[in-house]
Design a binder for this molecule. Structure first.
Ligand code: APR
Length: 169
């Protein structure tokens, strides 16, 4: 079964069990994909997010999906790009913690946006390689829990970069 799928489009429209939100530490919504997910999920999402009392960078928290097709939303907070070594560590932990949280909720299909590559300024090429390497190693470490991971791109450039990274041996 194809475990990593690259696709282009609006993550809020994907028919997967869980979509990942590139949130900020307040978890109270914002622009970019955060704004799109809250708009599509409706007010119930923000109401539940208020009960979570924020989220640290690199961490992940889960809510229901409300009006989304997805049953769950996992909110993770990517690093604001700083050019230091902790960027890579924190970005990788967003993917790893989201996958762990999904597994602990019995989720078998999950879609990620390109975390931190918008407002948070992470260079796309670097972020794509960290995303694919982290997802790939997590899947290899958890073959007892086959998961379909969709890497959802918002533009053609990202598709090309993700596809190239996924196709690397
Ligand atoms: N579907 C899929 N991808 C999307 C969508 C969408 N509907 N909208 C935006 N994107 C892509 C962007 O093109 C970018 O590649 O998601 C990626 C992440 O960009 P941002 O949404 O800006 O997220 P991020 O860079 O992690 O910054 C997070 O932005 O929106 C605020 O509240 C959020 O403060 C937080 C910050």
């Amino acid at each position: 079964m194809e475990q990593i799928i690259v696709t282009q489009g609006d993550i809020t429209r994907l028919d997967v069990e869980c979509i990942v939100n590139a949130a900020n530490r307040s978890l109270l919504g914002g622009g970019g994909v955060d704004g799109a997910i809250h708009r599509a999920a409706g007010p119930g999402l923000l109401a539940e997010c208020r009960t979570l009392h924020g989220c640290e960078t690199g961490e992940a928290k889960i809510t229901r999906g409300y009006d989304l097709k997805a049953e769950y939303v996992i909110h993770t907070v990517g690093p604001i790009y700083s050019g230091t070594a902790q960027d890579e560590r924190l970005l990788a932990s967003c993917y790893r913690n989201s996958l762990e949280l999904a597994r602990s909720h019995g989720i078998r299909s999950i879609a990620f946006p390109a975390i931190s590559t918008g407002v948070y300024g992470y260079p796309l090429e670097e972020a794509v390689s960290i995303a694919v390497q982290t997802v790939r190693s997590w899947l290899a470490e958890h073959q007892d829990w086959p998961m379909t991971v969709v890497l959802c791109c918002f533009n053609q450039r990202a598709v090309g970069l993700y596809q190239r990274e996924v196709n690397k041996p």
